[in-house]
Design a protein around this ligand. Structure first.
Ligand code: AMP
Ligand code: GLY
Length: 423
């Protein structure tokens, strides 16, 4: 069969790699793809938001299944466009992708269906938000309602910071229309865990857990980024936590969406905080995590095409979803200066070392091909993943493997997975 993947980051590279493992697949396209994805797929020069062009391509090339990796096209309704053309597609429709597309929607859903999350209020005008701050407890969390490239969340320690934050989001529109509405919520403390799940509208099957490192610097210092590294599984995600989440968070979320007439099919990514009062939802995403996919998919045993098909057909209850009993760590190699300003265009050396190295992967995020040479082309350049029999071994392997790669201005965190020492 022929598969089209929509997206261009490290996550889509991991999806393409996993799809390529399926014996059912004989051709993969990726739009727009990147220099690494080219190893498995024919990259097509169509952008992720060009729904009509993508659908026309899928028809013309008799694509059997399209997989949407990114949030913007899902929230924008790409699945509805494909379905209207009679094309088979994996991902939530627009009315379900709102679970990620609007934080105000998702908070109201959780409140209505008693799904554990931080206490909050929604605001549609700056003055009411500012008034609310007068009696609030600090620190407090401000969130732009819409998609903001993972940057629309401000944690404010004082009322002065929070006032500035409200103005940035709602008055200055720093995150554009994402800030037409905002959520102000209680600050929670605890361990963060990412759990990605497959959903077919009724049944939900969690994948193995993972943890992201969002800050740019060692020891969780510096600015928030798209993610500097991940490990899987999280040793803090115990069987007890898993049982709680399945009963009070995962299935209730799927049932709530169905009850609202917004049947969810695709991936629900639960961003969880393991608080002293139990697990609570930080956020929902409607897609694989990046760089969570880079540690979760290499550990997945089941044929991903069977799982995608079961989600579309509503037969996920019949799938035996299996993961390897090992661990993986992904260290992101970024350009020095990311996420603020950085130079790009430097040649990357050593990529070939990963070929035929079992249990080692290099997923491209921001790379380009110039005159046949692969060069840096973004803030996050590569994700280097290594597996190991346990987290410590996986971490040791990942940090060995990043030395195989060299490029000017290479920057990475030294402490990805360090938290596992405390487990
Ligand atoms: P989100 O995009 O909602 O996941 O927020 C990005 C990051 O902000 C999360 O991964 C947390 O580290 C942090 N965060 C979000 N909401 C809260 C909260 N209520 N309490 C503490 N930290 C939060
Ligand atoms: N790693 C967080 C995300 O994909 O949103």
């Amino acid at each position: 069969m022929k598969v089209l993947i929509v997206g261009s980051g490290g996550r889509e590279h991991a999806i393409a790699w996993k799809v390529a493992q399926s014996p059912k697949v004989d051709k993969i396209y990726c739009a727009p793809g990147n220099a690494g994805i080219e190893e498995y797929a024919e990259c097509v020069d169509i952008k992720a938001m060009e729904f009509d062009r993508l659908a026309a391509f899928a028809k013309e090339h008799q694509v059997d299944l399209t997989v949407i990796g990114m949030d913007d096209p899902l929230v924008g309704g790409i699945v509805d466009v494909f379905e209207a053309e009679g094309l088979r597609v994996f991902g939530p429709r627009r009315n379900a992708a709102i679970l990620e597309g609007s934080k105000a929607f998702s908070k109201d859903l959780m409140k209505k269906y008693s799904i554990p999350t931080a206490a909050y209020e929604n605001f549609t005008d700056a003055q009411s938000a500012l008034d609310y701050l007068e009696t609030a407890k600090f620190p407090i969390v401000l969130k732009a309602d819409g998609l903001a490239l993972g940057k629309g969340v401000l944690i404010c320690n004082t009322i002065a910071e929070a006032r500035d934050g409200v103005r940035e989001i709602m008055t200055d529109k720093k995150f554009g229309s994402a800030g037409n509405c905002m959520v102000i919520e209680e600050f929670m403390t605890g361990r963060e865990v990412s759990v990605l799940t497959y959903v077919d509208g009724k049944t939900i099957k969690p994948m193995t857990s993972a943890q992201d490192h969002k800050r740019a610097g060692d020891g969780d210092t510096g600015l928030n980024t798209g993610g500097m590294g991940t490990f899987s599984p999280s040793p803090f995600y115990t069987d007890e936590v898993d049982a709680f989440c399945r009963k009070y968070i995962y299935q209730p979320t799927v049932d709530a969406m169905a009850a609202e007439g917004r049947e969810f099919k695709g991936i629900i990514f639960f961003g969880l905080m393991l608080t002293a009062d139990g697990p609570k939802v930080l956020e929902y995403n409607a897609r694989f995590g990046d760089p969570e996919a880079q540690v979760v998919l290499p550990r997945m045993k089941t044929d991903i095409i069977d799982v995608f098909n079961a989600c579309i057909d509503g037969t996920l209850d019949q799938v035996d979803l299996q993961f390897e009993d090992n661990a993986a760590v992904c260290v992101v190699l970024a350009s020095e200066g990311y996420p603020v300003s950085y130079k790009k265009g430097f040649p990357i050396h050593g990529l070939e070392t990963f070929r035929d190295m079992d249990g080692y992967y290099v997923f491209h995020a921001g790379t380009a091909k110039h005159d046949g040479e692969i060069v840096t082309n973004g803030g996050r350049v590569l994700g280097v993943t290594a597996k190991g029999s346990d987290l410590k071994e996986a971490r040791k392997n990942a940090y060995e493997a990043i030395d195989w790669i060299s490029f000017e201005n290479k920057y990475y965190r030294n402490d990805i997975g360090k938290a596992i020492d405390e487990a």
